[in-house]
Ligand binder design. Sequence first.
Ligand code: NAD
Length: 276
Amino acid sequence: MADRPLKVGVVGYGHLGQFLVEKIQREGPKVGLQLAFVWNRNPDKLKDSLPKELILHDLSDFTRRGTDVIVEVCHPQIVKEFGVRFVSHAHFLVGSPSALSDSQLEHELRTAAKQHGKTLYVPSGALWGGQDIQKMNDSGTLQALSIRMSKHPSCFRLTGGLLSDWTEGEGRRVLFHGSVAELCPIAPNNVNTMAAAAIAASKLGFHGVTGEIISDTALADYHIVEVEVIGPDGFSVTTVRQNPAKLGAVTGNATYNSFWSSLLVCKGHGGRVYLC
Ligand SMILES: NC(=O)c1ccc[n+]([C@@H]2O[C@H](COP(=O)([O-])OP(=O)(O)OC[C@H]3O[C@@H](n4cnc5c(N)ncnc54)[C@H](O)[C@@H]3O)[C@@H](O)[C@H]2O)c1
């Protein structure tokens, strides 16, 4: 652990951002973390809960805050606009890894991390077995990977009005089945778990990993994440995660603590991508 606390910049002040900011304020000194800044698209939301010296008004000014780790918890668009700059100056925990389905951006982020010796951290979120997937990927034994996410329709944020006509009690509907590359732009806020899996399975990549999203009105209390891994000679692993979640919430309850655990890992692992 470093002698001085690591300075953390939090970009986004929605559910996850507020959770992380409060946690750093409360528990940071114990675990060697300190807030460097908080940015939100609407700074008014920050005024009542943070001292003004911690509020960053213009995100481009993040370079003046001497930040060790930047955590993005707002939207893939911010990863597109600022990700390369972030990882050129600090370790970068990317909360919206679905942005990396843009292969050009993924390449630029990987290159910047390498060039500047900073780590691009990808939180495992609701993904179970990410490290195992990565090991199989690295040893060349990962043959196929598919992830199915089932949620109540109110928990989806889809582009193009794909689910605008749902009615309570309608049951189960397959919304999409195909590559994670095609799925990310349709459901950018819902498929970060799949994006993390596609990054762990880098040899299959976003185009080679299969994703499916299912709307199910019976799932009022939890999301379900199913992961199926296929290897050689009949090897297979299937996991089913039941993730308690509030109605209408994008993020499952357990994912908050998973995110905090991910942040505690971000102490620098060299110029590369690191699943945490
Ligand atoms: N990696 C994971 O496993 C995982 C898990 C849950 C959520 N997430 C992602 O983390 C992010 C935050 O999640 P949350 O539950 O806190 O969501 P949220 O909706 O509560 O908060 C998002 C915040 O970002 C702001 N925002 C939205 N679009 C923006 C844009 N284009 N530019 C700037 N700011 C914008 C919103 O105003 C809000 O303050 C989302 O992208 C979500 O998909 C990732």
